[in-house]
Design a protein around this ligand. Structure first.
Ligand code: NDP
Ligand code: 8X3
Length: 255
């Protein structure tokens, strides 16, 4: 890492994104954090600056809205863009777990717009600067759901398969520009993910992790740390990481 390098983490208000922003700050990056919940971004920004002595920049936008994304990115100081070394495309969600025959098209739109189109908007902006800077590293948060479909996972699984496919395409397209592209595909991680998926139904969310010790957000952040701290000539293309008690979506050894 060059001195004063900057990094961007999307979806840093909770879970994996929050843990990743703190990890990057600990490594010495100035960190730009994004999300819709401004109060949580401001709290995290204070924590980052106080605990790690680096700078933090808050970018408050809905990643589904291309104009909001581009306007917010425009506000990032030029010195941050000129030193942009890492983008972690993490913002994402599942909404519902329903047979495709009964799927809710608003939920479908939200997942596709967030998990796929939001990732594209952010990547294109960052790539422009990384190309000019002579390189960089993009880490996409995919999912085991993108590698193995499960009943009622349909559109969420499809968005994460798209993240896998885009990661491979970006790796190929960005090869000439010295931009590494990696993906991390986790199994169950205990974050706000299931509460969001079940529209706030805490009982349903808790049942997902019943009898299982799930991964933590820090487990994923430390995986990203490993990926971005490899030597310049090494690129980790893809990591599938599961709780010990989970082999694949349906194979869970609950106690
Ligand atoms: P959380 O719900 O805890 O965090 C999701 C983050 O995404 C939040 O910061 C949220 O911010 C942000 N986000 C969601 N929608 C938008 C939007 N429209 N605009 C801007 N930001 C948005 O879940 P996780 O930390 O678990 O999820 C992070 C990533 O990990 C996701 O891509 C998810 O699919 C993936 N993943 C999660 C797994 C799990 O089991 N938890 C397993 C595999 C992959 P805000 O609400 O403030 O906008
Ligand atoms: C989240 C993991 O298995 O709940 O991406 O879809 S799963």
């Amino acid at each position: 890492m060059k001195p004063q390098s900057s990094a961007i983490v999307t979806g840093a208000t909770s879970g994996i994104g929050r843990a990743t922003a703190l990890m990057l700050a600990r490594l010495g990056y100035n960190v730009a954090i994004t999300g819709r919940r401004l109060n949580l971004l401001l709290d995290l920004c204070s924590e980052i600056e106080k605990e790690h002595g680096v700078e933090c920049y808050v970018l408050n936008f809905d990643i589904r809205d291309k104009h909001e994304v581009f306007d917010a990115y425009d506000m990032l100081p030029e010195s941050w863009k000129d030193s942009l070394a890492v983008l972690v495309n993490n913002a994402g969600l599942a909404l519902g777990c329903t047979n495709i025959a009964d799927g809710n098209d608003a939920d479908w739109d939200c997942m596709i717009d967030t998990n796929v189109k939001g990732l594209l908007y952010m990547s294109q902006l960052a790539i422009g600067n990384m190309k000019a800077n002579g390189g960089g590293h993009i880490v996409n948060i995919a999912s085991v759901a993108g590698k193995h479909v499960y009943q009622n996972g349909n559109v969420y699984c499809a968005t994460k398969a798209a993240v896998d496919s885009l990661t491979q395409s970006m790796r190929v397209d960005l090869l000439p520009f010295n931009i590494k592209v990696s993906s991390v595909a986790p199994g169950m991680v205990n974050t706000e993910f299931s509460t969001v998926r079940y529209h706030g139904d805490k009982a349903k969310a808790d049942a997902v992790y019943e009898g299982v010790e799930p991964l933590t957000a820090d487990d994923i952040a430390s995986t990203i740390e490993f990926i971005i701290t490899r030597p310049a000539h090494v690129c980790i293309n893809d990591v599938l990481i599961m709780p010990t008690q989970q082999a694949m979506p349906y194979y869970v050894n609950r106690k």
